[in-house]
Design a protein around this ligand. Structure first.
Ligand code: ADP
Length: 300
């Protein structure tokens, strides 16, 4: 149909493209037509987390995504990640129709139009990436959660562990500090090793317990495996209270670690969808909330 609108040489050029390129060209032409009519909705989602601050620019597809450390100033991190995401998308602030904030630090953002909980955003983001998602498991820096997702993408139920650091990314960070290894090495060492039992669920006591195990010359591999099993124990207690229907999408920073994903999947006896960038699921969900309701600016 597009070919009939253009001249012969353009038609030859179009024919010479691969099917994928043809599709992208048509999508771009349609977008340009929409832009001329002022119809394209562009939204930003900003997720200010305890450890990392994430932003996604969305216009029907993901235009850009950025992850930076939150540091000590969540307000500044939120602003910086937004500006960088605009920069990467080649946009100006005024091009964005709606900015939605989520994450624990969303309250500090004064330039956003709407605030939404991480629970809603993770459900929405996961459903966009994997449309058959019925459960989201999210392990971030300071909490872990299991979210039951209804067929329409809304939250049916959820359970969150935000009282105890065990079962969170922060727990892993502290433990890798004691073992003097990186997070990636933790997963590699845990893989295929028998776990030592770590009985303390409190991070401070678990830290002392691991120092004791090292003194007894228990191998780092065994301890690494024990640490990942501690995360699994916490997850099992959450999943026992929320129905865990397939498909299950795993989001949050810990899902960056393929070995940890494999171990958790085998202990829980379930398969996960793992996004390519599991940390941006919440920011993506926030951008989608704006995209679905671009005129609705009040806080939710
Ligand atoms: P928050 O939103 O609370 O900042 P994120 O979902 O951004 O949390 O995840 C941050 C957490 O992800 C950090 O605590 C870190 O421990 C964990 N993390 C990031 N990369 C890895 C990795 N490769 N292996 C294990 N954990 C990781």
């Amino acid at each position: 149909m597009v070919i009939t609108l253009v001249d012969q040489s353009a038609a030859h050029f179009f024919d010479s493209l691969t099917q994928q390129c043809q599709l992208e060209l048509v999508v771009n032409i349609i977008n340009c037509l929409h832009i001329e009519r002022g119809e394209v909705v562009i939204t930003a989602g900003i997720d200010v987390g305890s450890t990392a601050t994430k932003a996604v620019i969305f216009d029907g597809t993901i235009r850009s995504m950025v992850i930076i450390p939150t540091g000590w100033n969540p307000k500044e991190a939120g602003r910086n990640v937004f500006l960088e995401s605009l920069n990467q998308a080649g946009l100006q602030e005024q091009d964005v129709d709606m900015i939605v904030g989520t994450g624990y630090g969303r309250v500090s953002l004064s330039f956003i139009d709407k605030k939404v909980t991480e629970i809603t955003c993770h459900a929405k983001g996961a459903k966009f990436l994997f449309p058959q998602t019925r459960t989201v498991i999210d392990i971030g820096g300071q909490d872990s959660k299991v979210i039951a997702v209804a067929e329409d993408g809304s939250v049916a139920d959820f359970m969150m562990n935000d009282k105890c650091a065990a079962g969170t990314g922060r727990f892993l960070q502290v433990m890798t500090g004691i073992l003097d290894i990186t997070l990636d090495e933790l997963g590699q060492m845990a893989s295929g090793s028998e776990p030592v039992s770590i009985n303390s669920m409190c991070t401070v006591f678990a830290e002392s317990e691991i120092i004791g195990l090292l003194a007894q010359e228990v191998t780092k591999e065994t301890i690494a495996s024990g640490i990942v099993h501690t995360i699994a124990k916490k997850l099992i207690s959450l999943t026992s209270r929320v129905p865990c229907l397939a498909e299950i999408t795993f989001s949050g920073g810990v899902a960056n670690n393929p070995e940890i994903c494999t171990i958790l999947s085998s202990i829980l006896g379930v398969r996960f969808n793992i996004p390519k960038q599991p940390q941006i699921v919440g920011a993506l969900g926030a951008a989608l909330v704006g995209f679905d309701n671009p005129k609705e600016g009040e806080n939710g």
